[in-house]
Design a protein. Structure first.
Length: 154
């Protein structure tokens, strides 16, 4: 697990206030230290990633270790955000986990065509949703390794 290092940075792109509250609570209470940045629309997500507007300062807008991305977003859809991330040489290494209510085959296919790292359908059941988020945190912030990870050895 990534302990003894800086907290993992999570960019949460979610417009539903109830889902946001639950996701932030579960991830904040998680055993893995993390810092959650929350934005509510696709344009704000890209502003954060490319450090534009209110996110221009790298000291307050660190690059995320993982993006948790809803598909149904105002201003710019999750699929458009995903495409922008994965077509950018500077950003494509960041894992993007789609976390959505959509179980539509077309959304799933389009997300993977745009190189989503994972596609998760939000369970309706509170306990299942909580467990899924705990598992996401364990995998992407604890067990998964990325280039530049200080815990990797040569």
């Amino acid at each position: 697990m990534k302990t003894g290092v800086e907290p993992a940075v999570i960019l949460l792109v979610e417009d539903n206030p109830d889902h946001t509250e639950l996701m932030m609570r579960v991830l904040t209470d998680h055993d893995i230290p993390n810092h959650i940045i929350h934005v509510t629309d696709g344009e704000a997500a890209l502003d954060y990633l490319w450090r534009r507007a209110q996110f221009a300062d790298p000291a307050t807008s660190p690059q995320p270790h993982v993006v948790l991305l809803d598909l149904k977003l105002p201003r710019l859809s999750g699929l458009e955000v995903l495409r922008a991330i994965k077509t950018s040489v500077e950003m494509r290494h960041i894992p993007v986990v789609v976390v959505t209510t959509s179980s539509a085959e077309q959304d799933l296919r389009l997300a993977y065509e745009r190189h989503a790292n994972s596609y998760l359908v939000k369970p309706v059941d509170f306990q299942q949703f909580t467990q899924m988020l705990q598992d996401v945190g364990n995998y992407w912030l604890g067990w998964n390794r990325q280039p530049g990870d200080p815990l990797l050895t040569a």
